[in-house]
Ligand binder design. Sequence first.
Ligand SMILES: Nc1nc(=O)c2c([nH]1)NC[C@@H]1CN(c3ccc(C(=O)N[C@@H](CCC(=O)O)C(=O)O)cc3)CN21
Ligand SMILES: CC(C)C(=O)C(=O)O
Length: 343
Amino acid sequence: MLSLLSRSPIGSRAPLRPLLVNILSRSKTTSLSLAAKHRRSEKITMVTAYDYPSALHVDRAGIDLLLVGDSVGMVELGMETTQKVTMDQMIHHCVAVSRGATNPMLIGDMPLGSYEVNDERALENAYRFIKESNMDGVKLEGCRPNTVKKIVDGGVAVMGHVGLTPQAISVIGGFRAQGRTAVKARELLDQSLELQAAGCFALVLECVPGPVAKVITEALTIPTIGIGAGPHTSGQVLVYHDMLGMTSHPHHEAFMPKFCKQYANVGEMINKGLEQYKADVESEAFPGETYSPYKMSEAEEKLFMEMMDIDKEERENEKIKLDEKLKSKDEYEALNLYGGSKK
Ligand SMILES: Nc1nc(=O)c2c([nH]1)NC[C@@H]1CN(c3ccc(C(=O)N[C@@H](CCC(=O)O)C(=O)O)cc3)CN21
Ligand SMILES: CC(C)C(=O)C(=O)O
């Protein structure tokens, strides 16, 4: 209900038609429909998206949950970690995503510093995701049952996230698997149970051994969404750019996790397309006649050429003068650039 209200056309950016279509077709994922899917033992799908076009694609594919992850900082903003991502940056991306995706349940990732200082601030920031960017719920990292309870009591659905929690990289020391000893695995189970009791509607398990994820999944009533957590979770999540092979940029290759299956090679296609465009423009293969669609009638063209003849000489003289002026400016700049030593 909350998600429907937040998409109300009154005071919202969401257009009326998708809202009606959603109600009629009942294709909108909600925490309720997700719980029902989980009860039917059907696997749940989640993918990240950070902008309008990726949101359109995720929606069209019929993915259940769309996460606007703080991984946006690394994948789209070129940061080394997720630590520097701000609330304003998250909202900026969430707004764009919400314009592109109407069917998946939209989850906004609460960035580092937006929920730890106190529970009141956490609730305020959760409300920003709902009110300013049309999200249907939020995700926060780590075991903070009191914070989760505060936000859920405030009327906002919360997804938990345990195991590798990248925002804590300065504590953990690196992007590596968690829960690999019996004691640590037991701790993860206890955290998961606490988060469920606090009111989380689902739980992300990131980079934990398969057997640990299996035990946690079987112990919980709410669905678990795994990433690098093996096959026995209730669903899976991957980062959009990783799974589509859009990370062929050398900066991104460093962060390609080994649990990620690549379903397409979009990065390679982008490289090929750009190189071909450059070659075509330089060889004049593009645009040619084929991509020059705007015509004028022969009569108008003839008239235009006749008009041009009237002051032809005057314009040519003006052009020569301007050319001279620009050329001398170029030389002046070149002299400055090379410190006057090179002409
Ligand atoms: N593009 C992208 N994809 C992700 O899945 C992702 C992000 N970014 N940013 C936030 C976190 C970080 N994630 C990661 C990143 C790398 C590994 C990884 O390959 N870890 C190595 C160990 C590296 C080490 O020990 O330093 C591994 O073998 O598991 C795991 C999770 C998952 N998340
Ligand atoms: C990897 C997923 C679970 C995430 O938290 C993110 O994309 O930020």
